[in-house]
Write a protein that binds this ligand. Structure first.
Ligand code: PMP
Length: 349
């Protein structure tokens, strides 16, 4: 058959979503287990009446609310169909074919897909033996072709986090012509005060973009909404490549309601963190070399046993997320869900 699409896409791995099997406990997608925040369902119900109209493409009310929360000017804020879409827009806004994007590996599995779809080139820098970013090697990997660097903090799927001093050093070392994206999808679960909030620590650096999502702690994964905070010129360029109207009316309404429930969000994140610490202690008794985590998941470095372990957990009706040949990521669930996982894990090992 005549080829109609790009040949290089054949070799590109597809994004693998966490499995959902009826009746099984899903600890595979880093979601929070508590349902929508108060006010969200009501806001969605009210928004339905207007769905024959397009949403506000300027996302004015929500950007104002995010500006109040982040203390950033609304001009610096762009929303999108999940933060993954914004990551894609950032690559599109910075890279021409052949330009280079640096990221740690292993990190968020969408990065290689996003980079390749833009025709750019991935430069993967292996993680340290503690499963964290090797920032020295990442800075050293910059060339004349480097346009963007993803720094995932905390890192998905390993949970490790970068501290203030090492990030300061890294940002000072990276040329000002390279955009550094601090992907802080799990920021709300960070408890170590040495792990900087990118917005307050680096918000005034013109080549730093902070990427956040409402999918995790804010409980809106199904509505697809994320945002970035960037220098006004960078934000303006991103707006040009955004798919028109991609922040839906439902997403805008729900996000506005969720942001009003920030005290409840913080309470729930606290529950997740308490369970994270319990789960971490328990898995460290089962698996050697489990790294620290500042996110809502733990990483089991099981190497070649990852796939088998994932399958065995699934047979015990708990779905985790194996990365073949590397490790298994387990999302923190409710206390009962975590107990079910620990029981499954004990049997699986
Ligand atoms: N960044 C990281 C590090 C993630 O783990 C995820 C979700 N798995 C995302 C971005 C994208 O999240 P969303 O598109 O739901 O905002």
């Amino acid at each position: 058959m005549t080829r109609l699409t790009r040949a290089d896409l054949d070799a590109l791995p597809a994004y693998v979503p966490g499995k959902a099997i009826p009746g099984a406990i899903k600890l595979a997608s880093n979601e929070v287990p508590y349902g929508p925040l108060p006010g969200v369902v009501e806001a969605l119900t009210a928004a339905i009446a207007d769905v024959h109209r397009y949403p506000d493409m300027g996302v004015v009310a929500l950007r104002d609310a995010l500006a109040a929360r982040t203390k950033a000017d609304p001009e610096k804020i762009v929303t999108g169909c999940g933060s993954v879409a914004l990551a894609e827009h950032l690559v599109k806004a910075t890279c021409l074919p052949g330009d280079e994007v640096i990221y740690a590996w292993r990190s968020f599995e969408a990065y290689p897909i996003i980079v390749a779809s833009a025709g750019a080139t991935s430069v993967r820098v292996p993680n340290t033996k503690d499963h964290g970013h090797d920032l020295g090697a990442m800075a050293a990997a910059v060339t004349d072709r480097t346009r963007l660097i993803f720094v995932c903090n905390p890192n998905n799927p390993t949970g490790t986090a970068l501290r203030r001093a090492e990030l300061d050093r890294f940002l000072d070392a990276v040329p000002s012509t390279v955009l550094v994206v601090l992907d802080e999808a799990y920021r709300e679960f960070v408890t170590d005060p040495d792990v900087p909030d990118g917005l307050t620590a680096y918000g005034d650096r013109p080549n730093v973009v902070v990427l956040r999502t409402l999918s995790k702690a804010w409980g809106l994964a199904g509505l697809r909404i994320g945002y970035l905070v960037a220098a006004p010129e960078v934000a303006a360029a991103v707006r040009k490549v955004v798919t028109p109207f991609s922040t839906s009316m439902a997403a805008q309404a729900a996000a506005l309601a969720a942001l009003k429930a920030d005290a409840e969000m913080t309470r729930r994140a606290g529950l997740v963190v308490a369970e994270r610490e319990r789960l971490l202690d328990a898995v460290r008794d089962l698996v050697p070399g489990v790294p620290e985590t500042q996110a809502n998941f733990v990483w089991l470095p099981l190497g070649d046993d990852a796939q088998r372990f994932g399958q065995a957990c699934e047979e015990h009706k708990v779905i985790v997320r194996p990365f073949a040949g590397d490790g298994v990521r387990v999302t923190v669930g409710t206390p009962d869900e975590n107990d079910a996982f620990l029981e499954a894990a004990t049997k699986a090992l």
